[in-house]
Design a binder for this molecule. Sequence first.
Ligand SMILES: NC(=O)c1ccc[n+]([C@@H]2O[C@H](COP(=O)([O-])OP(=O)(O)OC[C@H]3O[C@@H](n4cnc5c(N)ncnc54)[C@H](O)[C@@H]3O)[C@@H](O)[C@H]2O)c1
Length: 264
Amino acid sequence: MDLDLKAKSVVVTGGGSNIGRAIVLAYAEEGANITIADIDAEQAGKVAELARKRGAADVQVVKTDVTNLEQVTAMFAAAKSKFGAVDVLVNNVGWDKLMYFTQTTPDLWQKIIQINYVGVLNCTKAALDVMIEQNSGAIVSISSDASRQGEPREAVYGGVKAAINSFMKTIAKENGRYGIRCNIVCPGVTVPENGDEVGGTSMWSNPDSMFTREQLDKVAKTLPLKKIGRPEDIAGAVVFLSSGAARYITGQVLSVSGGYSMIG
Ligand SMILES: NC(=O)c1ccc[n+]([C@@H]2O[C@H](COP(=O)([O-])OP(=O)(O)OC[C@H]3O[C@@H](n4cnc5c(N)ncnc54)[C@H](O)[C@@H]3O)[C@@H](O)[C@H]2O)c1
C-alpha cells in the first residue's frame, strides 16, 4: 500500500531519542523530507545521518526547545523554507520523573506541564498557521496510556497527557474543515535496547531511574502480548495515522501498548 508520504515534509519533535528516533527512521523508510526538532542537536544529528541511509529524501536538524514559542516558530519557518510545506507534525517530546504525587513539588509540576503540554500547544499553533494556509495536514501527538489508566508515580504527567488527548480532539474538530487531521497515540512502557538509541537528554539515559530490569519483566508478564514495547512498535502506528491510509480518521486516541489498556 502506498502511504503517500514520499517527499512529504514531516516535523518530528524530540526525534533524537527512543520513540522519536524510531519515528524519524520510519518516515525515512517512506522517503519523506524530515525536520528533526530537538534540544539535543548532537544526538539528533546522528539520527539524521542514519535516516539518510534508510531512504529519507532529505533531513535537517533544527535545535529547538519546544517550550519556547519563538524557537518553535523559527523551526517551522525552516521546515517550510527547506521543504516548501509542513504536511505532518509529530508532537513527540515528553518528559517525566517517576515519583509518588506526595513526593513531588510545584517546580516539578511546572516542568512537566511546560515540556509535555505547553510544548504541544506551541508546536500545534505554529503547525496550524502553515497547515491552514495550505489547506491540508496531519498532526499526531504522543500521549501515554497513563492518560487513560491512571498510573502510580505518574500523577501530574498522566493528567497532562489526558489534557493532550482532549486538546487534540478539539483541534481535530476545529480544523477538519481545512483538511487537517489530528490523532493521538498512547504508548505503554517502551524501552530502548542500547545506548545508540538515546542521547544524554533522554529520560532513558539512565534506564534504572525509570524501571529496573526486574520491574520490566514483571510488567511484561501482565501484558496480553507478554512483552515490553520497543520504539519501532510505536512508530508504525504514528506513520499510519499521518498517512493517506488514514485519510478518514481524525480525533482518535490509539493505545499502542501490548494490550495494556483496552478502551471501547
Ligand atoms: N518510553 C515510554 O515508556 C513512554 C510511555 C508512554 C508515553 N511516552 C511518550 O512518548 C514520547 C517519547 O518518549 P521517549 O521515551 O522516546 O522519550 P526520551 O526521553 O527518550 O526522548 C525525548 C526526546 O525529546 C527531546 N526533548 C526533551 N525536552 C525537549 C524540549 N523541551 N524541546 C525539544 N526536545 C526536547 C530529548 O532531547 C529527547 O531526544 C514522550 O511524549 C513520552 O511522554 C513514552
